[in-house]
Design a binder for this molecule. Structure first.
Ligand SMILES: Cc1cc2nc3c(=O)[nH]c(=O)nc-3n(C[C@H](O)[C@H](O)[C@H](O)COP(=O)(O)OP(=O)(O)OC[C@H]3O[C@@H](n4cnc5c(N)ncnc54)[C@H](O)[C@@H]3O)c2cc1C
Length: 457
């Protein structure tokens, strides 16, 4: 039996999920009235906001930079909410990846094709799609240039360019190392996720020493390095190889997760129940792929080298260069878009908004955050177009189905205050459970696609 077939036998019956829900929870879960699957992990925050009953008339030129999760969703909502506006979307990328599914590809649960889509399916008719990348912003003059040499002017700008993976910050490392010499990284694209699965599969059949890295700074889906660690450990057990493998997790600070209850859980769970050694205050300096060695810098041990059989190495992340090097950036090395954390309006350029991973807000960088941010951004932009104060506020909602093993996860949902904000009364936000697994495996992808079409309320 293959791993994917064996997973099928573990798959959980959706009927059981329905039976476990109250009617109200289920309506929320399925989002039946809106046609969207407003499921937990793509849920709560956005339920507070609704679209205006009538379209707002304007001839404003609105440019959205980045056609990823946030950009497509903003474009769809604005296209419906405005009458007469000139809406442009900029992005050369034709492919759309369902990034939350990459963890399942990199652990052999999904085929990569399940995460591959086309942006053209989601760009609303009526929105002008410019197939180019922004090269340089000139926010003082409400314009930017593209890498095609075109200058585009705007009245309002929405920046949704996601983030840049900075493999360059590890000496000797580049994305093309993924998938050979035992090196994996879930973070780049379906191809790299699939190659990572090849590395995980070999490691979990042969055993050896597995090193799992959490890079420093803000990263998208901060749960992904943890999920990769725990699912790999589960795969070792499935193959009867757990006692043939050592597992080590390297954290840049003294925490594993920003939400304190989950942090406490993981700090017990890793060493006590999974035999995973945690190394605090460690950052990667260099990777020697040929010799399968990593050089760490550690507060206590200084600089030292460790060998590996398998290495999961997500890179540090920052704003993409054009934002990072522009006047739109906050004053930090990572150069995130300097927005107000509640209104998502730029702090200095009042006609500029941001949504998604690019935003310099204290927590977030998940698709669930995008879902909560987009209604806030569109509502506030509509306010500004109508000469009103911003009326909507983003509460910091973020969420992650933290997969602890195949078939079980914890549905973690929290806000700026790091308080748990569970969407569903029937799921304990601190317990491993099969329902969040079913959500991750079956329900969140349709919810995500509905979000791209702006069908969230
Ligand atoms: C492995 C992995 C697991 C994840 N798991 C989860 C999960 O379980 N739950 C969850 O909620 N989230 C998860 N996420 C996070 C989620 O996918 C992201 O937070 C979300 O996609 C961010 O959307 P975005 O629109 O900000 O960026 P993206 O979707 O990355 O889109 C950014 C777009 O901007 C474009 N762009 C960049 N620069 C320019 C430029 N200069 N000019 C024009 N266009 C530009 C890019 O081409 C891209 O199309 C995961 C992500 C990964 C990688």
């Amino acid at each position: 039996m293959t791993d994917r077939e064996s997973l099928g036998s573990q798959s959980l019956d959706l009927k059981r999920l329905v039976e476990a829900c109250t009617r109200r929870d289920f309506l929320k879960l399925s989002g039946m009235s809106t046609g969207a699957l407003a499921t937990g992990s793509l849920g709560a925050g956005a339920l507070l906001h609704s679209e205006p009953a009538r379209a707002v008339s304007t001839n404003a030129r609105i440019v959205i930079v980045g056609a990823g999760a946030a950009g497509l969703s903003v474009a769809s909502r604005l296209n419906r909410a405005l009458d007469g506006a000139d809406i442009t979307l900029i992005d050369r990328r034709e492919d759309h990846y369902y990034q939350p599914g990459l963890t399942l590809v990199a652990t052999g649960v999904w085929e990569r094709s399940k995460t591959e889509d086309r942006n053209a399916r989601y760009v609303p008719s009526g929105v002008n799609w410019v197939h180019a990348m922004v090269e340089e912003y000139d926010a003082d003059n409400n314009r930017f240039t593209t890498d095609e040499g075109e200058t585009i002017e705007y009245d309002y700008l929405v920046v949704t360019t996601g983030l840049e993976l900075r493999f360059d910050q590890y000496e000797g490392m580049s994305a093309d190392r993924i998938g050979s010499n035992g090196i994996g990284c879930v973070y780049d694209n379906p191809d790299h996720a699939s190659r990572t699965w090849d590395m995980v599969d070999t490691f979990t059949r042969e055993g050896g020493k597995g090193l799992f890295i959490r890079p420093p700074g803000a990263i998208k889906c901060a749960g992904a390095p943890l999920k990769m660690t725990m699912i790999t450990e589960h795969r070792l057990r499935q193959h009867g190889m757990r006692d043939q493998a050592e597992m080590h997790y390297y954290a840049p600070g003294d925490g594993l997760f920003s939400q304190p209850d989950i942090d406490d859980f993981l700090k017990r769970h890793f060493p006590e129940e999974r035999d995973i050694n945690i190394h605090w205050h460690h950052t990667v300096k260099a990777v020697d792929a040929e010799n399968k060695q990593v050089t760490f810098e550690s507060e206590e041990e200084g600089e030292y080298t460790e060998s590996f059989d398998f290495l999961h190495i997500p890179p540090p992340m920052s704003a993409p260069r054009p934002v990072r090097e522009s006047d739109l950036a906050e004053d930090s090395d990572d150069g995130w878009l300097e927005v107000d954390q509640y209104t998502l309006r730029h702090k200095r350029y009042e006609n500029v908004f941001g949504a998604g991973d690019i935003c310099g807000v204290p927590i977030g960088k998940t698709a669930a955050t995008v879902k909560a941010m987009v209604p806030v951004v569109t509502e506030n932009l509509l306010d500004v177009i109508q000469d009103r104060e911003c009326s909507a506020e983003f509460n910091g909602y973020t969420s992650c189905p933290l997969i602890t093993e195949i078939g079980r996860a914890i549905l973690v949902e929290f806000d700026y205050d790091l308080n748990m904000v569970p969407s569903f009364g029937f799921i304990d936000p601190q317990q491993q459970h099969w329902i969040p697994w079913v959500m991750k495996d079956r329900l969140l992808h349709p919810a995500y696609n509905a979000m791209l079409r702006g069908r969230i309320s």
